[in-house]
Design a protein around this ligand. Sequence first.
Ligand code: 4NP
Length: 148
Amino acid sequence: MANRILFVCLGNICRSPAAEAVLRKQNPHLEIDSAGTSRWHTGEPPYAPMQTAARQRGVDLSSLRARQFGVNDFTAFDLILVMDAQNRKDVEALRPAGNTTPVRLFTEFATASPHDHVPDPYYTRDFDGCLDLIEDAAADLSAAVAEI
Ligand code: 4NP
């Protein structure tokens, strides 16, 4: 069972903190965190328009702070979920020799909304569409988490 789940995106201010908070709301017993492959926004709260869109669905992002993904995350978590193929490349580039922690695309779980990545709302400005996809994927992940 994956008890410790890390979400990873580029900035850690839009997609991965939203995924972290949505999954935590559905699964308060799991250890869940998020990180960015970049250090551009380290220490910052989630992007204000994402906080606003999430708050409208009852998801509070205000206490979260961005941090950069690091090599220790491969041992601190049982499952690493990335938002797109570039995140996956950037994460895999840091994998220590011998480490086998699974790194999977979060959208693998979004069976109701077929997507091969979570489009970045920092660029698309579609914060609600992003949250719809995250909520779908998180619901399926919640159902599957005991088997992973
Ligand atoms: P995220 O979105 O990876 O979902 O947090 C981004 C946020 C900020 C930037 C890029 C992506 N940025 O270029 O600052």
